[in-house]
Design a protein around this ligand. Structure first.
Ligand code: ATP
Ligand code: MG
Length: 219
């Protein structure tokens, strides 16, 4: 079997001396569509931050694309190829306008201004954000911000998506649009959600995190 895209091996993580993750193991292979459920405060967001190198585990290894990642520079490639949707959209959006926020990733990956603007248009079309390009990001509604945050991730065309509560606050029609995108255009993803129906529509298996560890598959 091919090496996993993401392998967490025996991860421990503490906040202020309190254990959040303990002996946590996780493999995500190319083509995997995985859901992750668990109570509030069980460490789901922490787990995603560890994969992206935004938090460092106290012990255990983070192996991405077959390489152990430890130092800040090890995560440059990870952040280019794995797209994280933050649970809180305000953590994702930092440009004055929607267009600039969505174009930021592609420009950073070396796309021309014209290519980036095409990507902005395509991404807005996919998510029903037509006409939002010049809107001021901080004045958007919560659901609109979530959609723009999703657009910034999709615009990067990542190898793997890590989505933290992507359906939270979205209306039914928009959730359908997101579901179709994931099923038809996204190959590999890990979706954190409390929405079991959304997970059963979009994923092949659902893991459960409790007491710091991924204990079982729900389905
Ligand atoms: N910066 C921080 N400093 C101290 N403790 C923190 C910090 N961030 C998170 N925690 C704690 O770590 C634990 C795990 O938090 P985390 O955000 O990973 O949970 P979660 O499973 O994503 O929860 P939710 O379903 O509410 O999003 C919680 O007990 C939380 O209070
Ligand atoms: Mg969380």
């Amino acid at each position: 079997m091919k090496k996993p895209l993401i392998r967490l091996n025996n991860i421990y993580f503490y906040y202020d001396g309190r254990v959040v993750l303990k002996n946590l193991n996780l493999d995500i292979h190319e083509g995997d569509r995985v859901g992750l459920m668990g109570p509030n405060g069980s460490g789901k967001t922490t787990l995603l931050y560890i994969i992206m190198g935004l938090l460092k585990p106290s012990s255990g290894t983070v192996e991405i694309f077959g390489k152990i990642r430890q130092k800040e520079k090890d995560f440059i490639e990870v952040r280019q190829k794995i797209g994280l949707l933050f649970q809180d959209s305000d953590s994702q959006l930092f440009c004055p306008t929607v267009k600039e926020d969505i174009a930021f990733g592609p420009l950073n990956l070396g796309k021309s201004k014209e290519e980036a603007l095409n990507i902005v248009k395509e991404t807005c079309d996919i998510l029903g954000l037509k006409g939002f390009e010049d809107r001021v990001t901080y004045k958007l509604s919560g659901g609109e911000k979530k959609l723009v945050a999703l657009a910034t991730v999709i615009a990067m065309n990542p190898l793997c998506y890590l989505l933290d509560e992507p359906s939270a606050g979205l209306d039914e029609k928009t959730i359908d649009r997101l579901t179709n995108y994931l099923l038809n255009k996204a190959n590999t993803y890990l979706v954190v959600s409390h929405d079991k129906e959304f997970l059963s529509r979009t994923t092949q298996k659902i893991y459960y995190i409790q007491n710091g560890t991924i204990s079982k598959s729900v389905e």
